[in-house]
Each structure stands twice: as C-alpha cells, then as structure tokens.
Design a protein around this ligand. Structure first.
Ligand SMILES: Cc1cc2nc3c(=O)[nH]c(=O)nc-3n(C[C@H](O)[C@H](O)[C@H](O)COP(=O)(O)OP(=O)(O)OC[C@H]3O[C@@H](n4cnc5c(N)ncnc54)[C@H](O)[C@@H]3O)c2cc1C
Length: 395
C-alpha cells in the first residue's frame, strides 16, 4: 500500500503519523513544495503554537468555524478536541489550557510539537521529498492513495487539476486580517486595547464582540480578526471597502443610556473628563467626549443638555468609520474557500469524483477564527482521513 501525501504541513504530517500508528506497514511519502516541514506550525501562536482549544467558551460551532461548522461537528465524533489533547499528552507533549480556552504546549514553544512530529516521522520511516511541488493528481499515478494536504492558497495549478476532475473549488480568499480605517483621529490612540467592544458592518448580518486593538493604521486584535473571518467573502467582494460601526462599550443602546444617566445623575458636579462610566481606557474616553462635546468636554456634567448626551451615546455605541483596506496580520492568517465540501464524502473525506483521493486541513473549505480552531481542524481532518484510508485498504 503506497500512500502519497501532498504537503508537509500540520495536517499532512499528522495524517502520515496517524496512518502509520494504525498500520505500520503502510508506505507513506510526503511531497513538500518547500525545503522544510511544518513551517506554519513553527510560526503558529507567535511561536507558541496555539494547538487547540477547550471549546468550553464556544456556544455554537458556527461562531468559531464560519465555514465548515456542520462538517466539523460531524468529524469531531471521530476525533474531537479532547481526543487531540489526549493524543498530544500521550505522545509526550504536555499542554497548558488558558482561561480563554486556548491550549498551548506547556513549554510555550512550537518546537515541542514539531520535535514530537519529526521524531515520529523518523521512527515510522515516513519518506519526504522536499522541494517537490505537485501540480496535478495525475503525477502521482503510481500511488494507491493520495492525500491533498496543501493548506491555503496560492495553489492555482493543483486547484485547476482538481476542478478538471469534477471537484468544486471555492475561490480561495484571505481571512483573519486587520482593518485599515480612514480615521486619522484614531491614530493617536494606537496601542490601546478595548475589552468587550462590538463591531458591526451596517446593513449586513456581520457583527462580533471581543477585544479590540487600536493600531496606527486602524484596528486589529481578536475582535477585528473575528469580524474579518465572518465577513471575508463579503469584504473581498467590496474590495475591502465598507462602512463599519464600533460600539466601544459592547452594550446595547438602552443599557448604555441607563448606565450613562445613572452615572451622570450621581456625579453632576464632577468634570466630564473625570468620570469614566464604562471603564474605557482614559485616552479613549477623552477622545469620545471631545468628539461628542468639542470644547465643552472640559465642563461639568451639570452643563450637558439632552443633545450632548445623545451625541455621546451615539459615539459610544455607534461610532461610524470606514474600512478602506485590509492590513496584514502577522500573528495568524488563513484561507477561506478551497475544496468544496460537496465534493467529498462527509464521513471519510474521500473525493466523490476520484476514488482513493482524500483531503485534509486548510485545503478544504473549512476555516476558523483565531484561538486554536484552525490547527484543530487540521488535526481532526487528518485523523479522519487516516482512519478512512486504514479502514478501506488496510483494516
Ligand atoms: C503565522 C501563522 C500563525 C498561525 N497560528 C495558528 C495558531 O496558533 N493556531 C491555529 O489553530 N492556527 C494557526 N494558524 C493557521 C494554521 O497554521 C493552519 O490552519 C494550518 O497549518 C493548516 O494546516 P494544513 O496542513 O492544511 O496546511 P499547512 O500547514 O499550511 O501546510 C501545507 C503544506 O503544503 C505545502 N504545499 C502547498 N502546495 C503544495 C504543492 N502543490 N505540492 C507540495 N506541497 C505543497 C506547503 O509548502 C505547506 O508546507 C496560523 C497560520 C499562520 C500563517
């Protein structure tokens, strides 16, 4: 049984290891376009490798997998995040769970994961052909079984070859990016983070809550990346230009109004600049009151009229900006789109058009927000593909 894996990244390498652990006689060769395995794993989580998530804070899978949630739900029955954590621990990679649900190696070093994988590849005699970019499946006709684990784009030639064989390929687009805003005023606040804010794109369903980071070009941080993921196809269609509303408080207008009025009622003789009812960073509170009240931001609360309060509320809950472009995000980026899930058997990840052809990882039209969800998708799809191959040919 000769198995070819195209791509030596997270899912390709994990597939090879899982298959060899199911059947040590399988002959596995990884074809890797670059001269190195697991490059993204090395960079992942800022070098710490956010390898999975506890999912304890996840209400709906579609909140963390904007594309592929249903498929992930069904695949988790075969290899869940808990199975992943157990796999790592059983293979000597101790893990540390953070309160926010993210899971890292205890060493806080992606090399712990890489060294574990590389030593297993060696022990199991998995062959690797470096600097070998596969451009069509037909190239690998000598193999009994082929696994496409090529990650995100660009992979035009291979995608074209898959499309020619009948597969649906959804246009690959970037996800998890920061927003460039046409807002010079915010530049002075660069470096500030705002916890529990909300972003929404007017006249769409795209909205998200979380922690926001102000940068010198616009906004970033987990909240911005989450919205970029939810709205990735929409924003691409709009050439990354769109109105954007920032709700700095994360609360709805009525809650916000009530809190502001309560605070104002009990602090009438205080300067507006000396209160901070929503515990925002002080410089942000100053920016919002100056934007709303101009010179009178220096006054006492008792001097405010109803119009002032309404302007303040609008700027707190519904501050309007324009996204003028997408900015690079160094921490993590993934591809939205890829092989259509309709082209696959949902239980085995085998192609519906070419037998003995399987897909794993980011090559599929599955992608997640930040937090360990993308690597989890890589591990789960790789395990499922390995078990499917094992059951079909070897078991
Ligand atoms: C900077 C960065 C940080 C990240 N941090 C995290 C994180 O902390 N947590 C998380 O969950 N996710 C993170 N991700 C996302 C995660 O790394 C990917 O989702 C995951 O690696 C996908 O695994 P994969 O096997 O599908 O693809 P990859 O790991 O990208 O591997 C694909 C491999 O295929 C090779 N290849 C491509 N085309 C061909 C071809 N035609 N022939 C041969 N070889 C080919 C590539 O060279 C590559 O080695 C991060 C991504 C980036 C870029």
């Amino acid at each position: 049984m000769h198995v070819a894996v195209i791509g030596g990244g997270a899912s390709g390498v994990f597939f090879a290891i899982c298959l060899k652990e199911l059947d040590s006689f399988a002959d596995v060769t990884i074809f890797e376009a670059s001269n190195k395995l697991l490059s993204k794993v090395e960079l992942s989580g800022g070098g710490r490798c956010n390898c999975t998530n506890t999912f304890e804070n996840v209400k709906r899978l579609s909140d963390v997998y904007p594309r592929g949630a249903n498929m992930m739900k069904s695949l988790f029955k075969q290899f869940s995040p808990k199975d992943t954590a157990a796999w790592f621990e059983n293979h000597g990679v101790k893990l540390k769970k953070q309160n926010d649900g993210r899971v890292f190696p205890l060493s806080q070093d992606s090399h712990t994961v890489i060294n574990c994988f590389l030593s297993l590849l060696k022990r199991y005699n998995v062959k690797t052909e470096y600097s070998h970019r596969v451009t069509s499946i037909e190239e690998l006709h000598g193999f009994d079984c082929v696994i496409v684990s090529v990650g995100g784009y660009p992979n035009t030639e291979l995608n074209n070859s898959l499309a020619n064989l009948g597969h649906g390929v959804i246009k690959p687009l970037p996800s998890l990016f920061a927003f460039e805003l046409g807002a010079d005023a915010l530049r002075n606040l660069s470096g500030i983070s705002v916890n529990g804010a909300e972003l929404l794109i007017p006249a769409t369903k795209f909205r998200a809550k979380g922690d926001l980071l102000l940068t010198h070009w616009g906004i970033s941080g987990p909240l911005c990346l989450k919205l970029s993921s939810y709205a990735a196809p929409y924003l691409s269609e709009k050439s990354y230009k769109s109105p954007l509303i920032i709700n700095w408080t994360g609360k709805n207008y009525n809650q916000c109004e009530e809190m502001l009025k309560d605070c104002f009622d009990s602090n009438q003789q205080k300067l507006i600049s000396n209160i901070n009812p929503f515990a925002l960073p002080n410089s942000l509170w100053r920016y919002i009151i100056e934007k709303s009240l101009k010179e009178r931001a220096k006054n006492k609360i008792s001097s405010l009229n109803l119009k002032d309060v309404n302007r303040l509320l609008n700027n707190l809950c519904s501050d309007e900006y324009n996204i003028v472009g997408k900015a690079p995000n160094k921490d993590e980026f993934v591809t939205c789109g890829g092989l259509s899930l309709q082209s696959l058997d949902r239980e085995t990840l085998e192609s519906k058009f070419v037998s003995n052809l399987y897909f794993t990882g980011e090559a599929l039209d599955i992608d997640g927000i930040t937090g360990g969800f993308n690597l989890q998708a890589a591990w789960t799809t790789a395990f499922v593909a390995a078990r499917s191959v094992y059951k079909k040919y070897l078991g």
